[in-house]
Design a protein around this ligand. Sequence first.
Ligand code: NAD
Length: 281
Amino acid sequence: MAILMDGKALAAEKMAELKKRAQALHDAGRPAGLSVILVGDDPASQVYVRNKGKACEELGIYSQTLRLPENTTQEELESCIETLNRDDRVHGILVQLPLPGHLNEAAALARIRPEKDVDGFHVENAGLLFTGQEGVVACTPKGILYMLKKTGVPLSGREAVVIGRSNIVGKPVGMLLLNENCTVTFCHSRTADLSSHTRRADILVAAVGKPRFVTADMVKPGAAVIDVGINRVDGKVVGDVDFEQVEKVAGYISPVPGGVGRMTICMLMENTLEAAERKAK
Ligand code: NAD
């Protein structure tokens, strides 16, 4: 039976540390602030934004959600970002994705000042990660690496396979693992014979968006399996991994819910505090 990578427990421990850092900023008269821009009324996005607000509240980080209507124009969105760029009380700016189809996501993200880009999606931060330099690292990949390290999963020299090549999860988590000296393979929707790759993986990251996509026969015995997926099936949230079967084969496994999602929010809080700490120096 696999060892559970318990996101809830790891997050609780991390939040306690972050609370002290938030308090220290407060005591120095420089409280941290996060602004979230939510365009339209996508129900999943509403939940994510609410959870981010709750985490800020728990830590005593000032947070504000700007709710813009579905028919917001690109100009209006970018002018909102500009206002926040200039606001000294705001250390982190997050544009909740996905944006409605008529808006240009890349152009909007490019308007955020890189030092306030707490999601780590700005091309400057992505480029810093790509070139092995220090920058703001995207929250979900950062949370995955944190989980692996905290659980004591060996990384250097190991085979890591990432299923998914998105800019927000697949690519950055692969780069982080590469920086940790893993040998990294990226798989995606056009990969031929997916199982032949996944069965080699000592670390397998599933970021596909398909319920129970990774089955036990795709997993190397003893592997660390990280489930990033958030899929809604019959009103229940399930991951990309068939947890019940895979936990019998894997050495370590992260559950959904209570796994990567928890770490993602923690890392967003940490990125916001880091931005505020940098500003305070
Ligand atoms: P995405 O749709 O941008 O990317 C999915 C990737 O899966 C693509 O790169 C695609 O090539 C690959 N893929 C699709 N079908 C495949 C197949 N048959 N075989 C191999 N690869 C295939 O999604 P994303 O934004 O990277 O998110 C992935 C999942 O992670 C989603 O369920 C999302 O909700 C979830 N997610 C969770 C968190 C979290 O905090 N836990 C954060 C971000 C995303």
